[in-house]
Design a binder for this molecule. Structure first.
Ligand code: NDP
Ligand code: HSE
Length: 428
């Protein structure tokens, strides 16, 4: 029996998905036993050229009709956003149709509500492509690692920003040129500010934290800093100090609750995440029993993302044929509390532009000391009227680090705090 698929969105991901469902139909059937038939493809502009050909009547501008369309058995949402996409997903779930989505923004923003709607209808909501593109990470976290008390996740979960930082660090590319290339390669979100501001990674961090800890953290409660302010100078200084700059999504259990944050960070060159280059993503999971796990692979782009979506489509189709929900229900604990970000211990790299004269270093060190922040290393670059101090601190409460840097910025001898970035290493 054929399974009728309705797809909303035929851009970077959806266009490739539809083409592959058509071109690879027989190979998919041979491998899975499923006859997957594209019955509707909803887009914004039906006149636009597409990388596939479908029979008349398949292409439609009416996305919201798919929920009640009797020819559609399961719905795939690859348009993005939290407006029409939310209506599409919610409508399909309420109509009792399994839904596959790549939309991390939607899952992060409305996860609990969507999981409840799926559970009420007894159908699956599958979103393997929402985090890490082609990397299998949703199922491993929720299913395979169900028995692990995950302690911390460090993720490079945005391909666009990792691509930009890699180009800046390895080729000395400018931020603007690297971003334009990421857009050309199909890595960037429809609005690339979602990538560079860290918003995309924030959604993914919230999803990872939700799956790892069973507590859904609202995206607004995820501390977020993007890579817009990263200077080539700091990428180069970081390398001299033995680090590489990455945009990290961090989800962890702390004494004060669970926490998720997204910010650029210096990662030691020996850490497994340091070697994750270009649009590659990686999720580094730490647990008391399993130790350390690294999931890595292509985190963005049409091909890898469509593969993840196809895997979910196959699962959803199996569910329909078996008549039983395939994905285990996502159960969320009552919020066990989101940790106070200011109390989380962090380490910092601080670049200071200072006057090069006696007493400067003492004043800087005293300001750190006054806030209970101990210095790990100081390096001076340049001499003369102006010098650059590169300070790396030991771990201290985030709020104390911030207060120390603010105080240092007010010192007469400090012309500028050029950069203040966190260092993510296991050293104290
Ligand atoms: P694109 O902008 O390339 O495609 C969006 C598609 O949605 C277009 O086909 C567009 O139609 C369609 N669309 C827009 N509005 C409507 C509407 N009202 N009704 C029906 N269709 C509509 O986005 P991507 O393919 O890059 O991303 C899609 C989703 O996948 C997003 O949620 C994104 O976050 C996620 N994702 C993307 C990855 C990537 O590497 N690109 C990786 C992982 C996830 P039209 O073509 O007519 O303009
Ligand atoms: N824009 C996203 C990225 C797509 O660059 O990682 C994958 O979610």
């Amino acid at each position: 029996m054929a399974v009728g698929i309705g797809i909303v969105g035929a851009g970077t991901v959806g266009g490739t998905l539809v083409r592959r469902l058509i071109d690879e139909h027989d190979a998919l059937e041979a491998k899975t036993g499923l006859d997957l038939e594209v019955r509707r493809v909803a887009v914004n502009d039906v006149a636009k050229e597409r990388p596939f050909t479908v029979p008349d009547g398949v292409l439609t501008g009416r996305a919201l009709d798919l929920a009640d369309d009797p020819s559609v058995d399961l719905v795939v949402e690859v348009m993005g956003g939290t407006g029409v996409a939310a209506e599409v997903v919610m409508g399909a779930l309420r109509a009792g149709k399994p839904v596959v989505t790549a939309n991390k923004e939607l899952v992060a923003a409305r996860g609990p509500e969507l999981f409840d709607a799926a559970a009420a209808s007894g159908v699956s909501l599958l979103f393997e492509a929402a985090v890490g593109g082609g990397i299998p990470i949703i199922r491993p976290l929720w299913e395979t690692l169900a028995g692990e008390q995950v302690r911390r996740i460090l993720g490079i979960v945005n391909g666009t920003t990792n691509y930009i930082l890699t180009r800046m660090s390895e080729d000395g590319a400018s931020y603007a040129d690297a971003l334009a290339a990421a857009q050309r390669l199909g890595y960037a979100e429809p609005d690339p500010s979602a990538d560079v501001s860290g918003a995309d990674a924030t959604s993914k961090a919230a999803i990872l934290a939700g799956l790892a800890f069973g507590t859904w953290i609202e995206t607004a409660a995820v501390h977020r800093e993007g890579i817009e302010g990263i200077a080539r100078a700091d990428v180069a200084f970081a390398a001299e100090l033995g680090y590489v700059v990455k945009l990290l999504a961090v989800a962890e259990r702390t004494g004060g609750g669970v926490s998720a944050r997204v910010h650029p960070a210096l990662v030691p060159l020996h850490h497994p995440l340091a070697g994750i280059r270009g649009a590659t993503n990686a999720v580094f999971v730490e647990g008391p029993s399993v130790g350390e796990l690294l999931f890595a692979g292509p985190g963005a782009g049409a091909g890898p993302t469509a593969t993840a979506v196809l895997g979910d489509v196959v699962d959803a189709a199996r569910e329909l044929l078996a008549g039983a929900q395939v994905a285990p229900r996502i159960r969320l604990a009552a919020a066990s509390g989101v940790a106070d970000f200011g109390a989380i211990p962090t380490k910092w790299y601080v670049r200071l532009e200072v006057a090069d004269r006696p007493g400067v270093l003492a004043a800087v060190a005293a300001a750190f000391g006054d806030h209970g922040v101990s210095i790990k290393s100081v390096r001076q670059e340049g001499r003369g009227d102006r010098a650059t101090l590169l300070v790396v601190t030991h771990r201290a409460a985030e709020a104390d680090q911030q207060a120390a840097v603010a105080a240092i910025g007010n010192l007469d001898v400090v012309a500028e705090v050029g950069a203040a970035l966190r260092v993510e290493s296991d050293e104290p």
